[in-house]
Ligand binder design. Structure first.
Ligand SMILES: [Fe+2]
Ligand SMILES: [Fe+2]
Length: 190
């Protein structure tokens, strides 16, 4: 079956490559840290991102969606730059920007679910739900790390993410069930 949904095809290709950028970024992030607990946690998050990439590829292969050479190149470069920058920008910023990025990634998987639903396909709800929730867990991990930092109010004001602002409407304490999760990420602003 060919996916007659331009936005969905693009989102799959973009997510596949962006997961690589994230994994590269976390390699640098883990490498720049001294605290062994933090290193362990970031390495686990890196593994999660490689798993996401594999799962997105399975979806793409299922529908004959090709890997985008453009996104692969672009996100390779982005990931490597972020990875290297982690060694020079201090402790706070890698945690902050990782959290901000993860916050946006949550809705990518719920939007993918919406697009599949547009085509009447519900077969992938479970895997998309789990990937979206995993990104939410990542966001929360990073937020907890920086929540008490004196830099947060300033960064939250400038970059619009932090204790008060998120890029998604998922509340991990009161999660919707899989069946109701189509309601996530419907608002323009999230
Ligand atoms: Fe991911
Ligand atoms: Fe993530």
């Amino acid at each position: 079956m060919i996916l007659q949904h331009k936005k969905l095809v693009d989102l799959l290709q973009k997510a596949y490559s962006a997961e690589k950028a994230a994994a590269f970024a976390y390699q640098g992030h883990a490498g720049s840290l001294k605290n062994s607990e933090e290193v362990k946690n970031i390495r686990q998050i890196e593994i999660d991102e490689w798993n996401h990439r594999r799962e997105v590829l399975e979806l793409m292969n299922h529908y004959g969606v090709s890997v985008s050479k453009y996104y692969e190149f672009r996100f390779h470069v982005i990931g490597k730059i972020i990875s290297a920058s982690c060694y020079v920008i201090g402790w706070f910023m890698p945690f902050y920007f990782a959290g901000r990025l993860e916050s946006g990634n949550v809705c990518e998987y719920f939007r993918m679910m919406h697009y599949f639903h547009d085509l009447g396909i519900k077969d992938h709800d479970q895997v998309l739900y789990e990937m979206g929730m995993k990104e939410k867990e990542h966001e929360i991990y990073f937020l907890r790390k920086i929540r008490d930092s004196r830099y947060l109010p300033f960064f939250e004001k400038i970059f619009a993410w932090g204790g008060m602002k998120s890029y998604n409407d998922v509340d991990i304490e009161k999660k919707y069930t899989l069946e109701n999760s189509d309601a996530y990420c419907r608002k323009e602003a999230v």
